[in-house]
Design a protein around this ligand. Sequence first.
Ligand SMILES: Nc1ncnc2c1ncn2[C@@H]1O[C@H](COP(=O)(O)OP(=O)(O)OP(=O)(O)O)[C@@H](O)[C@H]1O
Length: 540
Amino acid sequence: MKNQLSIIGDDIGSNLLERKIVDKTKTTTYKIISKDVREFHFIIPYDERVELGQIFSIKDYSVKDDEITFLARVTDIQHDSNYDGKWDTTLKGTAFYDEDQIFNRVVAEPLGCITFNKKMGKKEFKKSKTIPLKFSEVEKASLDEFRFLTEKMGDLEVGYLRNGSQVVEEIGVKLNSEIMDHHMGVFATTGMGKSNFMKVFAASCMKKASMGESKLGLLLADPHGEYLMGSAKNNTKGLLHLSEYKNGLRCYSTNNKNAKENAEVETLKIGIRDINPTDILPLFGEWRPAQKEAIEIMDSENAADWLESFKENRELVIKDIHEKTIEVIKRRLNLLLRYSYIDEKNSSIDKIIKQLKEGKVILIDMEGIKERSELFLLSLLSRRILDEYQKDSLDNDKNTCLIAIEEAQRVLGGGDGSISGFEIIAREGRKFGVGLCAITQQPKLVDKLLLSQFNTLVIMGLGDRNDRKCLEESAKQDLTTLDVEIQTLEKGEAIISTLKVPFPIPVTIHLYEDYIKQLKEQDKDLNRSSRGKKLVRPPN
Ligand SMILES: Nc1ncnc2c1ncn2[C@@H]1O[C@H](COP(=O)(O)OP(=O)(O)OP(=O)(O)O)[C@@H](O)[C@H]1O
C-alpha cells in the first residue's frame, strides 16, 4: 500500500513538476516575463547593470517555419523584488536578506523583429505585431542582428550606431541625401555638439562632391566664423582643413580679410540687381504697416533697376504713399547701400546657385556681421535659390539642395511673416528639391506646423522638457519613450529619426577632428590602391 501510494505520489509529483516548469533553464533572469505588444519586461540580478537605450534581442522559434528575433531598447530600469509591500526597502534592523528575491526589472520598448522564413530563406525586418513567447531568452543584441540597418542607411556618414553608451563601429550611421529636401532639424542645448555635427555632415557632403557622386548641394551659413578654419581657442578644425576634399567645397566670406588671407575664399558680393524691395524687410527693426505696404507696392512694380535708380538720384517715387513713410524707406535704403558686400557690378549669387546645383558645399562665412545683416543675406540667398530651383522643377534628375540656418527659431517662429521666406521653403520647398536644415537649441520656439515638416530629426542632449515635448509631438516616429534617454545624452550622442530607417536610431556622432583624420587616411588608401590605375576626379 505504502509502495503504491509512493508510486502515485511520485507520479503526481513528476506530473506537477512537468506542469510547473515551463522553462527548464533554471534561471528566471533575462527571460521575457511580461507585458504587452508595446512593452516587454524582464528581470536581471540586482547586482548586474544594463543601460537606458541598450538594445537586447529576444529569439522566438516557437512558430515552425519562422525564426523571429525581436529587438527591444531599454526605456526604464526599476528596483523590484518578490515581496509585496516594502519589505526590501524598509530600513529596519542591521542587514538586508534574501538576495535571490531581489532583482532589477528592465522595461524595454520593441523596435521591431527580424523574421527569417526558413522555407523561403529570406530575412526581413518588420514592425512587431505580436509578443515573444513568454520566458523567451533575452540577450545583448549582437552585431549580426544590427546588420540589416546598413541596408537602410543613406550616403552621408555622420557617426556610428550606439548601443547604450557602447559604440558599434561596424555600423556607420549615414543620412540619405535624396530626402534632404524633406527638411532636417538639428536640436541640442548649447555646447552639446550642433556645430560639430554640421561640420561632420558637411565633410561627408564634400567627400561625395569631390568624388563626383554628390546628389545634394549644401548651403552652410556661419555667423560665428568657426566653420572655415575652426577655432584656435577651442582647438577645433574647420572645413578648409579637409584639404583632400576641398574640390567639393566653395567658400565665400563677408569679411575681406578672410578672403585675402586664403586663396580658397572669395569675397561675397551681392549684386544691386539681386535685391528685391521685400528682401530688405529683415534688415531693419520694426516696419510700420504703411512702410510695409509701400515696400510691397515697390515690389509689385517688378522694376529690376529700382535700387540702381535710387542709388543714382537718391529719390523714391511710390504712388499714393505719405512723404514721411517714403523718408523712412529712403533712410534705410541709404544704410543698405553702405554695406560692404553690396556691389554695383558683381554678384556671387548666380555662381553659388550653379555650384549648389553641381552638388557642392557652399560655406558662407559671415564672421563679424550683425544679426540682421545675416538674416537679410540668408533670406535673399534662399529666395533666389528657391526661384531658380522652381524654374527647373520638371527636371527629376537634378540634385536637391539643403539650406542650413543657425538659431532657426529666429525665422521659423511663425511670427508676423516679415521673414517668411524660410517658412515658404519649409512648406513648399520639397516640391522643388529645396530643403531647410534648422539648427536650434529651442525647438519649442519653432512653429509647430513647420516643425512637423521636418522629416529628419537629429536630437542631441535637450534639458528642457518643453523642447522635448514639442519634438515628440511633431516627430514622424514615436519619441515619447525616449524622453529619459534624450535627457541623459552625453556630448556627441544623438538620436536620429529619419525616413526609411525603421526606428529612431541611437548614434555617436563623429568628432569632426577625428573624422577628418579618418577621411584623410581613407583618401591615402584610395590613392595607394589606385596607383598604377588612373584616378579620375572631377575638375576643380
Ligand atoms: N561628437 C562629439 N564627440 C566628442 N565631443 C564632442 C562631439 N561634439 C561636440 N563635442 C564637444 O563639445 C564641444 C562643443 O561642441 P559644439 O561647439 O559643436 O556645440 P554646439 O551645440 O554647437 O554649441 P553652441 O550652441 O555653443 O554653438 C566641442 O568643442 C567638443 O569638445
